[in-house]
Design a protein around this ligand. Structure first.
Ligand SMILES: [Zn+2]
Length: 93
């Protein structure tokens, strides 16, 4: 099982590393400058989410790099608004 661990390089900032759960070292070589980066203990990006939300998350991540292009605006399917039921109970002039 894989988990995403976050590391903070003092030169380059944060980066993510995907590792097997339980194998994340306290420091990890920065992919940019190869200096040891400190592990951040934030909310872990565990792959234990439901497949539906994982798929949604995957699609959201993909949309940053390669958003799905549509050729037309989605059809307008707004439901007809009915007047609020309390309006009929108001006194009429
Ligand atoms: Zn770095």
């Amino acid at each position: 099982m894989m988990a995403t661990y976050e590391y903070l390089c003092s030169h380059c900032g944060c980066f993510d590393v995907k590792l097997t759960i339980g194998t994340a070292p306290k420091s990890y070589g920065c992919p940019t400058c190869t200096n040891p980066a400190r592990r951040l203990y934030s909310a872990p990006g565990l792959s234990l989410t439901s497949s539906a939300s994982a798929a949604l998350h995957e699609r959201e991540e993909q949309a940053r790099e390669a958003p799905a292009v549509v050729s037309e605006v989605p059809p307008r399917t707004r439901p007809k608004r009915r007047p609020h039921p309390a309006l009929s109970r108001l006194p009429r002039p």
